[in-house]
Design a binder for this molecule. Structure first.
Ligand code: KG4
Ligand code: ZN
Length: 332
């Protein structure tokens, strides 16, 4: 009989649950976004996020189980994000996962959210080659890694200040475009022109990233030019971000020549990044690994896949684990 895990994700502002088979079939994936709750503040308010998770978690899990037509005691384990993320938000998912695992008499598996994003490439295709050059671009992170084998990572570089998603969100907030900034800036960028010559920070400096100066350049330009064309600002900002990401990927592809290029995290939902990633992967005859657009942003299906990988390799966790807000990837 095929085994299944229930996966739970509450690290930030999505309350999500999914049921994933051991062959990575997504039997259900439910995501309740709190975007409307946080939009008026232009970003996530941690206390509001925790409270919303408390209200949403039980109905979301019930829905995921119902859609998968499975009951708790039929599951093999509960996988849950233990970090990185907002401490109060993580705590809701962890407490729920432990209670359910105890009630159903099954193990609980703690999952690193970043490993979840990296595992999201298995949602497109189970045949995932290694080693991979992997770009993780989200609201919380911007890092270039190499996944040499399943669960083994080497850090090439990361941002020294803002993550790229954070830069999108801050620029969008400054322009009065709402939260989250990624989708709206992408849409506007498609109608504008890259004519404003914004800086491409750290373009020639190894594998590090920096987006804070670019964000400030956008803000300064908008302050100076009251008649700015918002679509051109969006197009010029997005083009600067993309040029930096692609330059770093090109450097890594030249240096390591990995057979696969993975692009994961919320910003991987960007059609502009998806197109540019396809072009660079083709340039190096590398297999492009990218999750389906709807599963690039936070979801529990990716936590279920990473959960299965960890469960198969190491079994369940001791119940005493707690939230790890600053959890990093385990670089070897
Ligand atoms: O992975 P994610 O859902 O949450 C974190 O783990 O941080 O990423 C959220 C980020 C937000 O900053 C959002 O603006 C960005 O992903 N994002 C996008 C798009 N959709 C979401 N950025 C660019 N283009 C998009 N279509
Ligand atoms: Zn995420």
């Amino acid at each position: 009989m095929t085994r299944h895990v229930l996966a739970i994700e509450t690290s930030c502002d999505e309350t999500a649950a999914a049921v994933i088979s051991e062959t990575y079939e997504v039997r259900s994936s439910v995501v309740a976004s709190q975007i409307d709750l946080h939009a008026e503040f232009g970003g996530v308010v941690p206390e509001l996020a925790s409270r919303a998770h408390v209200e949403l978690i039980t109905p979301i899990i019930s829905q995921a189980l119902a859609e998968a037509r499975i009951t708790g005691p039929e599951l093999s384990a509960v996988a849950v994000t233990s970090g990185p993320g907002l401490v109060g938000a993580l705590l809701v998912g962890i407490a729920t996962a432990k209670s359910l695992a105890l009630a159903w008499g099954i193990p609980v598996v703690s999952v690193n959210h970043l490993e979840g994003h990296l595992a999201s490439v298995f949602l497109a295709d189970r045949a995932v080659p290694f080693p991979q050059t992997a770009l993780l671009v989200s609201g919380g992170h911007c890092m270039l890694t190499r996944a040499t084998s399943l669960g083994s990572y080497e850090l090439l570089g990361e941002t020294v200040d803002d993550s790229i998603g954070e830069a999108y969100d801050k620029v969008a907030r400054y322009l009065g475009l709402g939260y989250p900034g990624g989708p709206v800036l992408d849409r506007l960028a498609a109608t504008g022109r890259d004519v404003l010559n914004f800086p491409r920070p750290m373009l020639a400096d190894g594998y590090g990233f920096s987006f804070s100066g670019l964000k400030t350049a956008v803000v300064n330009y908008v302050r100076k030019e009251p008649a700015f064309v918002v679509a051109d600002v969006a197009a010029s900002f997005v083009a600067a971000c993309m040029d930096v990401l692609i330059a770093k990927i090109r450097r890594a592809m030249r240096e390591f020549g990995d057979p696969a290029l993975a692009i994961v995290g919320g910003v991987a939902a960007s059609p502009i990044l998806r197109d540019r990633a396809r072009i660079i992967a083709d340039e190096f005859s590398s297999t492009l690994l990218i999750p389906p657009q709807s599963l690039a942003t936070d979801n529990a299906a990716m936590i279920g896949i990473a959960g299965w990988q960890k469960f198969v390799a190491h079994g369940g966790d001791d119940m005493r684990f707690g939230p790890q807000p600053d959890l990093r990837l385990n670089f070897r």
